[in-house]
Design a protein around this ligand. Structure first.
Ligand SMILES: C[S@@+](CC[C@H](N)C(=O)[O-])C[C@H]1O[C@@H](n2cnc3c(N)ncnc32)[C@H](O)[C@@H]1O
Length: 272
């Protein structure tokens, strides 16, 4: 693993307090994006959250539709946090404002009862919490292929190399079924982020980089969807956040376009 991906000293609660203590523009944007992705996803998808850390956000919209959800992260501390929450421990962090907002975005009334049902549904549907490491030749140990993979603020946060990041997109896409959808979120225009006493490098990305990476990984250009949101605070190190999703072609005989040829093509991307 490169120095940039050294997550030693990462404290799940410190991370949650830094990025999820209030539901502001970044999480509002991501919840809106994911709610729309799942509304259009295939029936009852099998969902993987890769590098999910201690954050439950993406599991909330997924749980309305998924038939099962698998979660993986590199750090045992993050997996322990998720496992404790799944076992019923709500004491460290309150996810109910996020659940309530997601239910509102789905057009329902977010009563206490409905919020409780969604939390219970997440607990039922998350059937695996596993080690995952994108630097490994086999990032997760499974023969399964997923209909939806979500990876928020993760692939961009483990390297400073755009080439490596693009290779990681290809690596994750290999766990998708034909027609499957990959959802990526990333920080916009920064080479680092920091919280507490830790500073982490980040690959510098802007909006056009995500569709380019999807095209380079063989996703259907017509399926690419990109959105963004401003940073929660002016004092953040980044200019905002980017959300993007794309689906693989259903026809697996279509060969993925190679990164090299795509990057040397100066024509306008077809997703515009
Ligand atoms: C910036 S956090 C993002 C967490 C979460 N996805 C979110 O949306 O808030 C980056 C995550 O990447 C995880 N991570 C770091 N190196 C990794 C690796 N090599 N493989 C898998 N996960 C890794 C860390 O444990 C951390 O949870």
């Amino acid at each position: 693993m490169s120095d940039f991906a050294n997550y030693g000293g990462f404290c799940p609660l410190e991370y949650l307090r830094a990025y999820y203590s209030e539901l502001q523009s970044e999480s509002e944007g991501l919840l809106q994006f994911l709610t729309s992705v799942f509304a259009a996803a295939p029936h009852a998808p099998l969902v993987l959250s890769f590098g999910g850390g201690p954050a439950l956000l993406s599991l909330i919209p997924a749980a309305k539709f998924a038939r099962a959800i698998h979660v993986c992260d590199h750090l045992p501390e993050n997996r322990d946090y998720i496992s404790r929450w799944l076992a019923g421990d709500n004491s460290n962090f309150d996810w109910s404002p996020y659940i309530a907002r997601c239910i509102e975005l789905e057009g329902e009334l977010a009563s206490e009862k409905v919020i409780g049902w969604r939390a219970a549904r997440i607990r039922n549907l998350v059937t695996r919490v596993e080690h995952g490491d994108i630097f490994s030749p086999c990032p997760i140990r499974t023969r399964l292929k997923y209909e939806v993979i979500i990876s928020n603020y993760y692939l961009d946060a483990v390297t400073s190399s755009k080439y490596d990041w693009q290779c990681f997109v290809i690596k994750l896409s290999e766990y998708l079924k034909p027609g499957g959808t990959l959802v990526l979120s990333s920080l916009r225009q920064t080479d680092h982020f920091e919280f507490g006493s830790n500073r982490y490098s980040n690959v510098w990305l802007d909006i056009d980089d995500l569709p380019e990476a999807f095209i380079g990984a063989g996703f259907d250009p017509a399926s690419i969807w990109v959105d963004s949101a401003p940073a929660d605070f002016k004092s953040r190190e980044y200019q905002g956040v980017i959300f993007a999703s794309a689906s693989l072609p259903l026809d697996t005989s279509i060969q993925p376009w190679r990164i090299e040829s795509e990057l040397s093509d100066n024509s306008q991307p077809s997703w515009r």
